[in-house]
Write a protein that binds this ligand. Sequence first.
Ligand SMILES: [Zn+2]
Length: 254
Amino acid sequence: MNESIPCPFCGSEDYYIAVTDNPFSYDTYSTAHCSKCHATGPFVAESYLEDEPKPTRDYMEAVAKEKWQTRPIEDALNKRIADLVSSNMVMAKGVLDLKARIAELEAEIDIRKDQLREAKNILIDKKLHIDALYEEGYKLQQRIAELEAEIDHLTAHDATERQDDKWIPVSERLPETDGQYIGYTNTGLVGTHWLVDGHFVVTYSCERNWLTTPTSWILESASGGDVYVTHWMPLPESPNDTQTDSVVYGKESD
Ligand SMILES: [Zn+2]
């Protein structure tokens, strides 16, 4: 019985060595055997010449024992396993590192997404603001155009009404609205006359005093009269209150 590394088949650590001489030649053999399952180790054969000493039994046992204790395939496989385990650990660490890196990148992506969302919201707000400004600007342009048109109309109207305070022939055109105007008659008299329903009414009494408002009998007498307005012009602007007061009182005192 010898102590040894375990039998590769049954795991027993007990083995024995058999040494045999060939009775027909100058050869001797030795082999290790498992004591439990009788598995056989590598075969050892030694030859010797007739005049040489035969290898000793101790030598043959030592060689067989050494071969039994040597497990090159098993050692290579164990080494291979150890290498694989080692590289597996390296890869496992690499996987862990990659997972950590992925987690970092995912966190960064989340941050970027938030930033992107925020930027989008800002852009939307700005676009809405710009749209509102455009709309406001458009409305203001429209209002300006309206006011310009109104100014043009008023300017044109004022120009045609006043015509530099020159007499306007009735044959050419009449005032656009009824009211009081300065009139020049075919008899060469100047006074204020009323335009009623688009017709000038010559407003004077029998005493040839000009009146400031048309009355029914004057309208009747004027309709068939010989005196009629040939030219007209708008009344000048009214004087302000102060002027009116002083002028009126001055005339009354006379
Ligand atoms: Zn065995």
